[in-house]
Design a protein around this ligand. Structure first.
Ligand code: ZN
Ligand code: MN
Length: 263
């Protein structure tokens, strides 16, 4: 598709949006992020920025439209985001994330969208988004809307093993510990280099967290930096590869689930 085509629907006028939505078969991608501390070297809005750009790169490959991101997310967990006790992290209760996902599903259905995808960029959001979509579909079916299909995914699940081996030659600690680490920092270096301060990266060993949760949190379990692994090996080139590979993988999954769907 031509490079001039803007996939971000909130930057279009309402009439152009309506036209594009009917021309593309009603495909809308909804990014889901968070406002959460990401250590001393990254801003609070990493998850919101990256989910939006991941959705954008995906939409460009499949003629999709990208909705405004869900900016806030569910509470940061100590084992995947450092914890909700940390300053800067600003979270929603689970029922609210569920309600937002439910409302947005119903709103885009009202616009005529029939193929939605939530592009998640914050580990902790997932089940609440799922619940919101499920409740929305139940309601819409009761109202006679039978043909709405929704895909739910987290973008890091589309970084394949070949890419992991290539980008983490010293070993990969898992996506839960990739908080403010190589993945997010590399993507930010590629997409928003002016927002990254590599001088402030704390080159720490991967966090050692128990395989259970404690409430209230024991703050000493989270490394002082707020990151769960080191971003010292992050580069803009890695970010470019990650964006390309993950978006290509997401586009092909969405093509398969949404585009080839004969209804
Ligand atoms: Zn993050
Ligand atoms: Mn997060």
């Amino acid at each position: 598709m031509p490079a001039t085509t803007n996939v971000y629907l909130d930057e279009l006028d309402a009439f152009t949006y309506q036209q594009r939505l009917s021309a593309n078969g009603g495909v809308v991608l909804i990014p889901a992020g968070a406002i959460e501390q990401h250590g001393p070297h990254l801003p609070l809005n990493v998850d919101a920025l990256l989910s939006r750009r991941m959705a954008g790169a995906t939409a460009e490959q499949m003629d999709g439209l990208v909705a405004s991101p869900i900016t806030y997310g569910y509470k940061s967990q100590q084992r995947s985001g450092g914890g909700n006790h940390l300053p800067g992290t600003t979270s929603l209760d689970g029922a609210i994330v569920t309600a937002i996902a439910r409302s947005l599903t119903a709103e885009f259905a009202r616009h005529g969208a029939r193929k939605l995808a939530f592009i998640n960029g914050h580990f902790e959001n997932y089940q609440f988004l799922y619940e919101g979509v499920d409740l929305a579909l139940r309601q819409l079916r009761a109202e006679g809307v039978e043909n709405l299909k929704v895909v739910l995914l987290s973008y890091w699940d589309f970084v394949d093993d070949i890419t992991i081996n290539e980008l983490y030659p010293n070993g990969f600690t898992g996506w839960d510990l990739e908080h403010g680490g190589v993945l997010e920092t590399s993507l930010m270096l590629h997409l928003y280099p002016q927002m990254v301060n590599m001088d402030r990266v704390e080159d720490i060993a991967p966090a050692q967290l128990p395989n259970y949760d404690v409430l209230p949190v024991r703050p000493e379990l989270t490394p002082a930096s707020g990151c769960l692994s080191s971003a010292a090996d992050a580069t803009a080139d890695k970010g470019e590869i990650l964006l390309k590979r993950a978006s290509t993988g997401m586009a092909s999954a969405l093509q398969k689930e949404l585009r080839n769907d004969q209804r």
